[in-house]
Design a binder for this molecule. Structure first.
Ligand SMILES: Cc1ncc(COP(=O)(O)O)c(C=O)c1O
Length: 471
C-alpha cells in the first residue's frame, strides 16, 4: 500500500464512511420525491469556505447533498434538465477508482466510448464509419460540428485563419448555443441568419431566399442549423427538407438535437419528428437531458469521419502514438474535439443502457411526450390556456388568458416562483406572443401522471391566490 499525505492513514474507516455516504445517496435518489429543491441557506457560502476540514463525509451529507438543483424530483420540469439515474452511482464510483484520461491511448474507456458512439450512430441512422466524440454538452458539440463544416469549406483555415465571410442559417428561436458557436469560431453572430418560422419550423422559402441573397452579395453560406426540439416549444424543423436544400446548395447540415433527437427512440407519432436526421452532416445531442444520464455528457456525431478528423487532429511529438503498448490504440479522441484531457463520460451511458436496456429509455421518452399532452388537457380543464401547440415534451401555457398581456406575464412569473418555493414544483418561463408563459419541459423519467394533475391544480389555485396582488 502506498503511503502519502494525500492517502488516508486508515483505509478501513474510509471504507466505512463511504458505505455510509453511499447509503445516504441511494436513499436520496430512491426517495427523490421527498427531496425537492430548497433555497440554499444564507450561511451556505460560509459553510463551504475552504479550510474547515473536519469530518468531510458528514459535511457532504449535511451541507452538500440537500442543496441540489432539484432536477431529480418528479415535479421538476424547468428549462431542459435530465433527472439522473441510479446507474450514475456505478459509473461514478468506478470512474473515481480508475481516474482514466480519455484523450487517447490504449485502454478500456476508449473502446467503451466507441461502443457508445456506435450505438448512438445506429439509433440516429448514420452510416457505418461516422465518427463522434463525447463532450460536456450540446454547446461544445455545436462548436465541433461547425468547425468541421468550416474546415471542410476552407481547408487552410486552421493554418491561415479565415477571411471569407461565412454565413450560418437557423430558425428564429434556435438555442443560444448556435450563436455562441458562431461567435467562438470567429464568424461573428451578425453572420447567423435567423429565418422566420411557420408552425414552429423554419420557413423553407424564406431560408432559400436568404441563402440566394447572400450568395448574390458574394458571401459564403457555410451551414444550415436544423433544430430537432426547440428549447422554447419542443418544435422540429423539417429535417428532410433541410437536407434536400443543404445538398442542393452544397452546404453543411448541422442538427441541434440536444434533447429532441431522442424522439428517434420514441413510438409513433413522435418518432417521425426526427425523420431525416440520418441525412445530417453533424448532430449535437445530450445524454444528460432526455436520456436522463447524470451531468455531464453530450455527443458530437459527424457523418464524415475524415472531415471530423481534419478539423481537430494534431499530434505533436509528446502525443506520438505507437503500434502497441499504452501509447497504442486508435483513434484517439483528442483528434476529434477540443479537449485533450477528458473524463470518463462513456461509462455513465454504458452503465445506463446495460442496466436498464434501450427499451426502457424508449418507453420513458414516449411517456414524457404523452405527459406533455396530458398536461395540456389538464391546463384546459382548469380554464387556463395552452399558448403553443404541444409537439413533443414541452407544454407552454398561461394561467389566466383574460388578463392583460402584462398582467399575465406578471402572474405567470409569480406562480413559477411561488410553486418553486412552496410546492416542490418547478416550471420555468418563456415568452410566447409577448406573454411570459409557464413552461414545462418533461425530460423526467420519475414523473407520473398524478404529479402533473397535482401540479396543474396547484397552478390554478396559486393563480387565484396571487391574482389579488397584481398591479
Ligand atoms: C435545443 C437546445 N440546444 C442546445 C442546448 C445547450 O445544451 P448544453 O446545455 O448541453 O450545452 C440546449 C439546452 O437546454 C437546448 O435545449
Amino acid at each position: 500500500m502506498t503511503t502519502s499525505p494525500l492517502n488516508p492513514s486508515d483505509w478501513e474507516s474510509v471504507r466505512e464512511d463511504l458505505h455510509r455516504l453511499l447509503d445516504r445517496c441511494v436513499d436520496q435518489m430512491r426517495d427523490a420525491e421527498d427531496h425537492p429543491w430548497q433555497a440554499p441557506p444564507a450561511d451556505l457560502a460560509d459553510r463551504y469556505a475552504i479550510g474547515a476540514g473536519g469530518d468531510v463525509i458528514a459535511r457532504v451529507m449535511d451541507d452538500v447533498l440537500p442543496y441540489h438543483g432539484g432536477n431529480t424530483h418528479p415535479k421538476f420540469w424547468g428549462w431542459v434538465q435530465g433527472s439522473g439515474l441510479p446507474s450514475d452511482f456505478v459509473a461514478g464510483i468506478a470512474a473515481a477508482a480508475m481516474n482514466t484520461n480519455g484523450g487517447g491511448r490504449n485502454h478500456g474507456i476508449n473502446e467503451m466510448e466507441r461502443a457508445v458512439i456506435d450505438w448512438t450512430r445506429r439509433k440516429m441512422g448514420f452510416r457505418e464509419g461516422a465518427s463522434g466524440v463525447l463532450v460536456a454538452g450540446t454547446s461544445q458539440a455545436t462548436v465541433i460540428s461547425l468547425q468541421a463544416a468550416r474546415v471542410r469549406a476552407c481547408p487552410d483555415v486552421r493554418a491561415a485563419g479565415g477571411d471569407a465571410v461565412l454565413t450560418v442559417y437557423a430558425a428564429d428561436g434556435v438555442h443560444n448555443a448556435t450563436r455562441k458557436a458562431v461567435e467562438l469560431l470567429g464568424l461573428g453572430h451578425d453572420q447567423l441568419r435567423l429565418v422566420e418560422t411557420r408552425n414552429g419550423a423554419m420557413d423553407l422559402q424564406a431560408l432559400q431566399q436568404v441563402i440566394t441573397a447572400d450568395r448574390a452579395r458574394g458571401l459564403n453560406p457555410l451551414a444550415i442549423v436544423g433544430t430537432a426540439g426547440s428549447v422554447d416549444l419542443g418544435a422540429y424543423d423539417d429535417l428532410n427538407a433541410l437536407a434536400d436544400l443543404a445538398a442542393a446548395e452544397g452546404i453543411w447540415l448541422h442538427v441541434d438535437g440536444a434533447f429532441g433527437a431522442w424522439t428517434r427512440l420514441a413510438d409513433a407519432p413522435w418518432r417521425k419528428l426526427t425523420d431525416g436526421i440520418e441525412r445530417a452532416d453533424g448532430i449535437a445531442l445530450d445524454f444528460h437531458k432526455w436520456m436522463y444520464v447524470g451531468y455531464d455528457c453530450g455527443l458530437a456525431l459527424i457523418a464524415d469521419e475524415s472531415a471530423h478528423r481534419a478539423a481537430f487532429a494534431a499530434r505533436p511529438a509528446y502525443l506520438k502514438g505507437a503500434a502497441e503498448g499504452l501509447a497504442g490504440g486508435d483513434p484517439w479522441f483528442c483528434d476529434y474535439g477540443i479537449d485533450l484531457s477528458r473524463g470518463n463520460r462513456a461509462l455513465k451511458v454504458w452503465c445506463a443502457l446495460e442496466m436498464f436496456g434501450e427499451e426502457a429509455f424508449a418507453a420513458a421518452i414516449t411517456r414524457n411526450c404523452a405527459q406533455a399532452a396530458f398536461m395540456a388537457d389538464q391546463v384546459q380543464t382548469h380554464g387556463m390556456k395552452v399558448t403553443a401547440p404541444v409537439v413533443s415534451n414541452i407544454c407552454v401555457f398561461t394561467a389566466d388568458p383574460r388578463l392583460s398581456t402584462a398582467q399575465q406575464s406578471d402572474l405567470n412569473e409569480r406562480i413559477a416562483t411561488h410553486l418553486q418555493l412552496n410546492n416542490a414544483t418547478v416550471f420555468s418561463t418563456t415568452d410566447v406572443n409577448g406573454i411570459t408563459c409557464l413552461r414545462a419541459a418533461i425530460t423526467n423519467h420519475r414523473t407520473r401522471d398524478r404529479h402533473i394533475a397535482e401540479a396543474i391544480a396547484d397552478v390554478a389555485k396559486t393563480a387565484q391566490l396571487l391574482k389579488g396582488s397584481l398591479g
